[in-house]
Design a protein around this ligand. Structure first.
Ligand code: SAH
Length: 215
Protein backbone atom coordinates (compact mmCIF):
# COMPACT_ATOMS: atom_id res chain seq x y z
CA UNK A 1 0.00 0.00 0.00
CA UNK A 2 1.15 3.52 -0.58
CA UNK A 3 -0.35 5.34 2.39
CA UNK A 4 1.70 8.33 3.61
CA UNK A 5 2.62 6.25 6.69
CA UNK A 6 4.42 3.65 4.61
CA UNK A 7 6.46 6.32 2.84
CA UNK A 8 7.33 8.05 6.12
CA UNK A 9 8.42 4.76 7.67
CA UNK A 10 10.68 4.05 4.70
CA UNK A 11 12.24 7.53 4.90
CA UNK A 12 12.92 7.00 8.60
CA UNK A 13 14.60 3.68 7.83
CA UNK A 14 16.76 5.34 5.19
CA UNK A 15 17.83 8.07 7.64
CA UNK A 16 18.62 5.41 10.25
CA UNK A 17 20.81 3.55 7.75
CA UNK A 18 22.97 6.62 7.13
CA UNK A 19 21.27 8.50 4.29
CA UNK A 20 21.75 12.13 5.27
CA UNK A 21 21.53 13.92 1.89
CA UNK A 22 18.23 15.80 2.12
CA UNK A 23 17.94 16.11 -1.67
CA UNK A 24 18.20 12.34 -2.05
CA UNK A 25 15.59 11.80 0.67
CA UNK A 26 13.29 14.38 -0.97
CA UNK A 27 13.63 12.64 -4.37
CA UNK A 28 12.73 9.29 -2.79
CA UNK A 29 9.75 10.92 -1.13
CA UNK A 30 8.53 12.34 -4.46
CA UNK A 31 8.92 9.29 -6.73
CA UNK A 32 6.06 6.77 -6.29
CA UNK A 33 7.86 3.41 -6.02
CA UNK A 34 4.56 1.55 -6.52
CA UNK A 35 4.51 2.82 -10.13
CA UNK A 36 7.68 0.76 -10.76
CA UNK A 37 6.52 -2.39 -8.98
CA UNK A 38 4.71 -5.28 -10.73
CA UNK A 39 1.00 -5.32 -9.65
CA UNK A 40 1.37 -8.46 -7.51
CA UNK A 41 4.07 -6.80 -5.36
CA UNK A 42 2.50 -3.35 -5.11
CA UNK A 43 1.55 -3.80 -1.45
CA UNK A 44 5.27 -4.22 -0.72
CA UNK A 45 6.36 -1.13 -2.68
CA UNK A 46 7.43 0.74 0.47
CA UNK A 47 9.11 -2.19 2.17
CA UNK A 48 12.88 -1.76 2.27
CA UNK A 49 13.54 -4.74 0.00
CA UNK A 50 14.41 -5.64 -3.60
CA UNK A 51 11.43 -6.84 -5.69
CA UNK A 52 11.27 -9.08 -8.80
CA UNK A 53 10.46 -7.28 -12.08
CA UNK A 54 10.61 -10.26 -14.49
CA UNK A 55 13.34 -11.58 -16.82
CA UNK A 56 15.27 -12.68 -13.71
CA UNK A 57 15.89 -9.05 -12.77
CA UNK A 58 15.07 -7.03 -9.65
CA UNK A 59 14.05 -3.53 -8.62
CA UNK A 60 16.81 -2.51 -6.22
CA UNK A 61 16.26 -2.14 -2.47
CA UNK A 62 15.50 1.50 -1.47
CA UNK A 63 18.52 1.66 0.89
CA UNK A 64 20.81 0.66 -1.96
CA UNK A 65 19.21 3.15 -4.39
CA UNK A 66 19.63 5.90 -1.77
CA UNK A 67 23.20 4.90 -0.91
CA UNK A 68 24.28 4.86 -4.57
CA UNK A 69 22.55 8.17 -5.34
CA UNK A 70 24.09 9.81 -2.29
CA UNK A 71 27.56 8.53 -3.27
CA UNK A 72 27.15 10.01 -6.77
CA UNK A 73 26.52 13.47 -5.32
CA UNK A 74 23.40 15.21 -6.66
CA UNK A 75 24.12 18.02 -9.10
CA UNK A 76 21.47 19.71 -11.25
CA UNK A 77 24.10 21.05 -13.65
CA UNK A 78 25.51 17.73 -14.84
CA UNK A 79 24.43 14.68 -16.85
CA UNK A 80 24.58 11.11 -15.69
CA UNK A 81 24.82 7.74 -17.47
CA UNK A 82 23.01 4.76 -15.95
CA UNK A 83 23.71 1.15 -16.97
CA UNK A 84 20.75 -1.18 -16.26
CA UNK A 85 17.44 0.72 -16.48
CA UNK A 86 15.43 -2.24 -15.14
CA UNK A 87 12.16 -0.94 -13.72
CA UNK A 88 13.33 2.65 -14.16
CA UNK A 89 13.00 3.48 -10.46
CA UNK A 90 16.63 4.48 -9.95
CA UNK A 91 16.42 6.40 -13.26
CA UNK A 92 13.44 8.40 -12.00
CA UNK A 93 15.28 9.31 -8.78
CA UNK A 94 18.28 10.47 -10.85
CA UNK A 95 15.98 12.51 -13.13
CA UNK A 96 14.93 14.58 -10.09
CA UNK A 97 18.55 15.30 -9.12
CA UNK A 98 20.51 15.68 -12.38
CA UNK A 99 20.14 17.78 -15.52
CA UNK A 100 19.75 14.79 -17.85
CA UNK A 101 19.86 11.01 -17.45
CA UNK A 102 21.08 8.67 -20.20
CA UNK A 103 20.08 5.09 -19.43
CA UNK A 104 20.89 1.79 -21.17
CA UNK A 105 19.03 -1.53 -20.79
CA UNK A 106 19.60 -4.81 -22.67
CA UNK A 107 16.08 -6.26 -22.19
CA UNK A 108 13.66 -4.67 -24.67
CA UNK A 109 10.40 -5.40 -22.75
CA UNK A 110 11.84 -3.98 -19.49
CA UNK A 111 12.96 -0.84 -21.31
CA UNK A 112 9.53 -0.40 -22.95
CA UNK A 113 7.81 -0.65 -19.55
CA UNK A 114 10.24 1.82 -17.99
CA UNK A 115 9.73 4.28 -20.88
CA UNK A 116 5.94 4.13 -20.37
CA UNK A 117 6.45 4.95 -16.66
CA UNK A 118 8.66 7.94 -17.48
CA UNK A 119 5.95 9.30 -19.81
CA UNK A 120 3.23 8.70 -17.23
CA UNK A 121 5.24 10.51 -14.53
CA UNK A 122 6.18 13.32 -16.96
CA UNK A 123 9.92 12.77 -16.53
CA UNK A 124 11.17 14.47 -19.68
CA UNK A 125 14.92 14.64 -18.99
CA UNK A 126 15.59 10.94 -19.57
CA UNK A 127 17.09 9.52 -22.80
CA UNK A 128 16.90 5.74 -23.17
CA UNK A 129 18.76 3.22 -25.30
CA UNK A 130 18.40 -0.50 -25.91
CA UNK A 131 21.96 -1.78 -25.88
CA UNK A 132 24.92 -3.31 -24.13
CA UNK A 133 26.07 -1.24 -21.18
CA UNK A 134 29.61 -2.65 -21.53
CA UNK A 135 29.98 -0.30 -24.51
CA UNK A 136 28.69 2.76 -22.64
CA UNK A 137 27.33 5.61 -24.77
CA UNK A 138 30.33 7.00 -26.73
CA UNK A 139 28.23 9.54 -28.71
CA UNK A 140 27.18 11.28 -25.48
CA UNK A 141 30.46 10.93 -23.54
CA UNK A 142 32.04 12.29 -21.44
CA UNK A 143 29.74 11.90 -18.45
CA UNK A 144 30.17 13.69 -15.14
CA UNK A 145 28.61 10.74 -13.36
CA UNK A 146 28.08 7.06 -14.18
CA UNK A 147 25.99 4.62 -12.14
CA UNK A 148 25.91 0.89 -12.84
CA UNK A 149 23.04 -1.16 -11.39
CA UNK A 150 24.23 -4.63 -12.43
CA UNK A 151 27.52 -6.13 -11.21
CA UNK A 152 30.52 -6.54 -13.53
CA UNK A 153 33.27 -8.90 -12.28
CA UNK A 154 35.81 -6.06 -12.54
CA UNK A 155 35.65 -2.29 -13.21
CA UNK A 156 34.75 -1.81 -16.94
CA UNK A 157 37.55 0.29 -18.45
CA UNK A 158 35.30 1.37 -21.37
CA UNK A 159 33.06 3.15 -18.87
CA UNK A 160 36.02 4.70 -17.03
CA UNK A 161 37.15 6.11 -20.40
CA UNK A 162 33.75 7.82 -20.78
CA UNK A 163 34.01 9.74 -17.47
CA UNK A 164 34.90 13.45 -17.36
CA UNK A 165 38.29 14.39 -15.86
CA UNK A 166 36.68 14.93 -12.43
CA UNK A 167 33.90 12.38 -12.92
CA UNK A 168 32.50 9.91 -10.39
CA UNK A 169 31.26 6.35 -11.01
CA UNK A 170 29.32 4.25 -8.49
CA UNK A 171 29.01 0.53 -9.20
CA UNK A 172 28.79 -2.92 -7.63
CA UNK A 173 31.90 -4.99 -8.42
CA UNK A 174 32.30 -8.76 -8.13
CA UNK A 175 31.34 -11.87 -10.05
CA UNK A 176 30.27 -13.68 -6.87
CA UNK A 177 27.18 -12.34 -5.08
CA UNK A 178 28.73 -13.24 -1.71
CA UNK A 179 31.68 -10.96 -2.17
CA UNK A 180 30.25 -8.05 -4.21
CA UNK A 181 31.18 -4.57 -3.01
CA UNK A 182 29.66 -1.20 -3.81
CA UNK A 183 32.52 0.95 -5.08
CA UNK A 184 32.86 4.70 -5.60
CA UNK A 185 35.43 5.56 -8.27
CA UNK A 186 36.71 9.13 -8.56
CA UNK A 187 38.78 10.42 -11.48
CA UNK A 188 41.90 12.41 -10.59
CA UNK A 189 44.63 13.90 -12.80
CA UNK A 190 46.76 10.85 -11.90
CA UNK A 191 44.14 8.24 -12.82
CA UNK A 192 41.29 7.02 -10.63
CA UNK A 193 40.93 6.19 -6.96
CA UNK A 194 38.35 3.81 -5.52
CA UNK A 195 36.61 3.62 -2.16
CA UNK A 196 34.56 0.73 -0.78
CA UNK A 197 31.07 1.75 0.35
CA UNK A 198 29.22 -1.42 1.40
CA UNK A 199 28.63 -5.09 0.65
CA UNK A 200 25.79 -5.52 -1.89
CA UNK A 201 24.04 -8.19 -4.01
CA UNK A 202 23.27 -7.25 -7.59
CA UNK A 203 22.36 -9.31 -10.65
CA UNK A 204 25.35 -9.74 -12.98
CA UNK A 205 26.19 -7.25 -15.72
CA UNK A 206 25.76 -9.49 -18.77
CA UNK A 207 27.56 -9.04 -22.08
CA UNK A 208 25.69 -8.40 -25.34
CA UNK A 209 21.97 -8.37 -26.04
CA UNK A 210 19.57 -11.32 -25.47
CA UNK A 211 19.58 -13.54 -28.59
CA UNK A 212 15.77 -13.30 -28.75
CA UNK A 213 14.95 -9.57 -29.00
CA UNK A 214 11.49 -10.20 -27.52
CA UNK A 215 13.01 -10.90 -24.08
N1 SAH B 1 18.05 0.08 -11.30
C1 SAH B 1 17.23 -1.03 -11.65
C2 SAH B 1 17.99 -2.32 -11.42
C3 SAH B 1 17.55 -3.40 -12.29
S1 SAH B 1 18.50 -4.87 -12.13
C4 SAH B 1 15.97 -1.02 -10.81
O1 SAH B 1 16.03 -0.61 -9.66
O2 SAH B 1 14.92 -1.43 -11.30
C5 SAH B 1 19.82 -4.60 -13.27
C6 SAH B 1 19.44 -4.33 -14.69
O3 SAH B 1 20.66 -4.29 -15.47
C7 SAH B 1 18.57 -5.40 -15.34
O4 SAH B 1 17.43 -4.80 -15.88
C8 SAH B 1 19.47 -6.01 -16.42
O5 SAH B 1 18.76 -6.41 -17.57
C9 SAH B 1 20.40 -4.85 -16.73
N2 SAH B 1 21.66 -5.24 -17.36
C10 SAH B 1 22.50 -6.27 -17.06
N3 SAH B 1 23.57 -6.28 -17.87
C11 SAH B 1 23.42 -5.21 -18.72
C12 SAH B 1 24.19 -4.70 -19.81
N4 SAH B 1 25.33 -5.26 -20.20
N5 SAH B 1 23.73 -3.61 -20.46
C13 SAH B 1 22.57 -3.02 -20.09
N6 SAH B 1 21.79 -3.46 -19.08
C14 SAH B 1 22.20 -4.55 -18.39
Amino acid sequence: MSTPNHRIRLLMELRASGITDTEVLAAIERVPREAFTPPQFRDQAYENMALPIGHGQTLSQPTVVALMTQALGANKRVKVLEIGTGSGYQTAILAKLFRRVYTIERHKPLLAEAEARFRELKLHNITTKLGDGWEGWPEQAPFDRIIVTAAPPTIPETLVAQLSPDGIMVLPVGGEKRTQRLVKLTMTPQGYVTADIAPVRFVPMVEGLPSDPAV
